[in-house]
Design a protein around this ligand. Structure first.
Ligand SMILES: Cc1cc2nc3c(=O)[nH]c(=O)nc-3n(C[C@H](O)[C@H](O)[C@H](O)COP(=O)(O)OP(=O)(O)OC[C@H]3O[C@@H](n4cnc5c(N)ncnc54)[C@H](O)[C@@H]3O)c2cc1C
Ligand code: FES
Ligand code: FES
Length: 364
């Protein structure tokens, strides 16, 4: 097996790294391989947010930004994306980014260990809301920072800093420049070579072929469960099959009878679709992990993992959700409650993947 070259854009430059093992996390890559210690390690399990970074992924002519936990994100999963850490915020001449100015102004840091993570969650808010002219309410600030813990400052000054962002002069990114760099990476696609240790197919056909040929490869989507097996149970997988880039699994569709959510759709996007149908799920959605976990994790991963403490299954079963399983042999659809056969056991064959889950829209 050989490791594919990992390429992403950081600080306006293409970073190109050979020899990154498949279970190397993004945090290990940043701190240990690249010596970028601005991003901190606290819990190493997605809870504290000290390791928060922002990813930018091409969506049409724009970038879609999301704050994620670098500690439970596999490094290879950011191939073809733009990455920002706390060291990438200030301008080249050292002028602090508005996020940094606001934190400074409100004295929102004491020991400072959590601060890079808070700054990056705020940078995610800045890119997705503030630059679009959206006001930052207290509730939005709280939701934005729901994946960041601080043991000394207290949250009031940090929330005040978040709310100040909209009143500072805007500092947009040069997206055109970043998109042109990303184009150079994505033109060189990650092929189907049999001996690659990290496989990241872009189509469902490729995924199913790879799954059939590599039944022992560790399948991952957002890696918010698998990341803990790597960090805390010290599991090492020689081959990883990442389904998060499969185009057919990243779609949400709705017809008169069914809301269908692809297995690679993030929890953030899946919940937004469910909420549009059922606003009464507001508190359910906002209590499921914190924002950085929801930005990486998928609904498909929650369902396929089938943990007895998983939160989405009781809801989906109550909604009479159905799931689709597929392999090179074909696909089958079944009721979600027929997927599980026992404690963490299900009917999925070794060559099958879960491709979609669907529920009837609310007709009340
Ligand atoms: C800090 C933190 C807080 C969390 N809070 C919650 C919470 O409040 N509620 C809750 O329910 N969960 C929670 N989780 C657990 C986790 O975020 C969810 O279970 C998430 O939905 C997993 O999705 P994923 O894409 O990250 O799965 P992954 O980690 O990528 O995969 C999980 C398992 O599912 C399998 N799998 C993934 N996708 C497929 C597929 N399409 N077909 C077949 N198999 C597949 C993988 O092989 C693996 O075995 C939390 C996790 C963390 C780290
Ligand atoms: S180090 Fe705590 S969330 Fe990553
Ligand atoms: S400032 Fe010390 S943990 Fe937040």
């Amino acid at each position: 097996m050989h490791h594919p070259v990992l390429e992403f854009v950081q600080g306006g430059q293409i970073v190109s790294l050979p020899n990154v093992p498949p279970t190397h996390t993004l945090l290990q890559l940043l701190r240990e391989d690249l010596g970028q210690t601005a991003t901190k390690e606290g819990c190493n399990e997605g809870d504290c947010g000290a390791c928060t970074v922002v990813l930018g992924e091409r969506q049409g002519d724009h970038l879609q930004y999301s704050a994620v936990n670098a500690c439970i994100r596999l490094a290879h999963s950011v191939r073809g994306m733009a990455l920002w850490t706390a060291q990438d915020l200030a301008a080249v001449d050292g002028t602090p980014h508005p996020v940094q100015q606001a934190l400074l102004h409100h004295h929102a840091s004491q020991c400072g260990f959590c601060t890079p993570g808070f700054a990056m969650s705020l940078f995610g808010l800045y890119q997705t809301q503030v630059l679009q002219g959206q006001p930052v309410s207290r509730e939005l600030a709280q939701q934005t920072l729901s994946g960041n813990l601080c043991r000394c400052t207290g949250y009031r000054p940090i929330l005040d800093a978040a709310q100040q962002l909209a009143s500072l002069p805007l500092v947009p990114l040069d997206e055109t420049e970043i998109l042109s760099k990303l184009q150079l990476i994505t033109q060189t696609g990650q092929g189907m070579e049999a001996d690659l240790s990290y496989k990241s197919p872009k189509t469902l056909n490729e995924l199913l072929t790879l799954r059939a040929a590599n039944p022992k490869a560790q399948l991952v989507a957002g890696c918010t469960d698998v990341g803990l097996w790597v960090n805390k149970l010290h599991m090492d997988f020689p081959v990883v099959l990442d389904l998060s880039k499969v185009a057919e699994l990243r779609t949400i569709s709705q017809d008169a009878n069914t809301l269908t959510i692809g297995a690679a759709v993030t929890l953030t996007d899946a919940f937004a679709a469910l909420l549009a149908e059922r606003p009464q799920l507001h508190s359910f959605v906002n209590r499921f992990a914190g924002l950085p976990v929801r930005n990486s994790g998928t609904l498909g991963g929650n369902v396929a993992n089938g943990s007895p403490i998983g939160d989405s299954m009781p809801l989906l079963i109550a909604l009479h959700a159905r799931v689709v399983l597929a392999s090179v042999r074909g696909s089958r659809e079944l009721a979600l409650d027929a997927l599980y056969t026992g404690y963490r056991q299900n009917v999925m064959a070794s060559d099958e993947v879960l491709t979609h889950q669907g529920a009837a829209p609310d007709r009340q």
